[in-house]
Design a protein around this ligand. Structure first.
Ligand code: PMT
Length: 217
């Protein structure tokens, strides 16, 4: 199923974590494996879309027939996303982008001092999905919202604040779903209402989400 529902469309999907360098050997990151974003890219390609997968560092092989763009930091991901999103039809932000990065990247490996604490100053990263949604010819833009409490309330807030067309609320407090799991459970929220998808494999969920989003275009 899903064959040809996106033929002639261009879909851009972000996946995986970003890495924010502290010095040449250290970074800030998170536990995103890329599984959700890669599964969405596979499902979009299966549905006939030209599919561009913009991925932070992860261990997965890219699906067939998908253009695979590798990035490291949120800044890199933003540049790639703005380049590919303009003129595309659907943009899905499944990446877990670091909200902050170190204010300075040390050129040399930081040395341990005698002090028992050290302070790292962080600055805010650009909001990639809000920048995509604000483009003149913005694609239909879908954010994920990874929440550990008040999941639907915070996700609805992201729909408004980021000015996206749709938010996929992802409860990351439950075991066996969310970051780095093989399964996921989400609620798709848009201005028409809410659709719940109980726990299932990420590839299965991806095919169902792509089928539903294809109808929205
Ligand atoms: O990769 P897996 O191991 O398979 O795990 C999947 C997942 C749990 C990472 C994925 O399903 C998910 O929920 N991704 C979003 C994770 C996240 O960082 O959510 P957030 O609530 O912080 O961000 C909200 C949205 O804004 C996301 O679409 C995110 O890509 C985007 N964002 C966030 C910060 C930022 N600076 N720029 C962004 O575009």
């Amino acid at each position: 199923f899903n064959v040809d529902t996106l033929t002639g469309k261009t879909v851009v999907i972000t996946a995986g974590p970003t890495r924010e360098a502290i010095d040449p050997v250290r970074y800030l990151s998170n536990h995103s494996s890329g599984k959700m974003g890669y599964a969405l890219a596979e499902a979009a390609a299966e549905a006939g879309a030209r599919t561009i997968l913009i991925s932070g560092p992860c261990q997965l092989a890219p699906p067939e027939r998908v253009e695979h763009i590798k990035v490291i930091s949120a800044d890199d991901m933003l540049a790639a996303c703005l380049g590919y999103a303009a003129g595309s039809d659907l943009f899905i932000g499944a990446a877990a982008v670091a909200d902050f990065r170190p204010a300075n990247i040390a050129e040399q490996k930081l040395k341990k001092s005698d002090a028992d604490t050290m302070t790292l100053t962080l600055v805010k990263n650009p909001d990639i999905i809000a920048s995509v949604a604000a483009l003149d010819a913005a694609p239909f833009t879908v954010a994920f919202a990874a929440e550990s409490e008040r999941v639907l309330e915070y996700a609805r807030d992201k729909l408004v604040r980021k000015k996206v067309d749709c938010v996929i609320a992802n409860d990351i407090s439950a075991a066996g779903i969310g970051f780095n799991s093989d399964d996921n459970a989400v609620t798709l929220i848009d201005r028409r209402g809410e659709t719940r998808f109980d726990q299932r494999s990420k590839p299965q969920l991806a095919r169902e989400l792509i089928a539903l989003l294809a109808e929205r275009l």
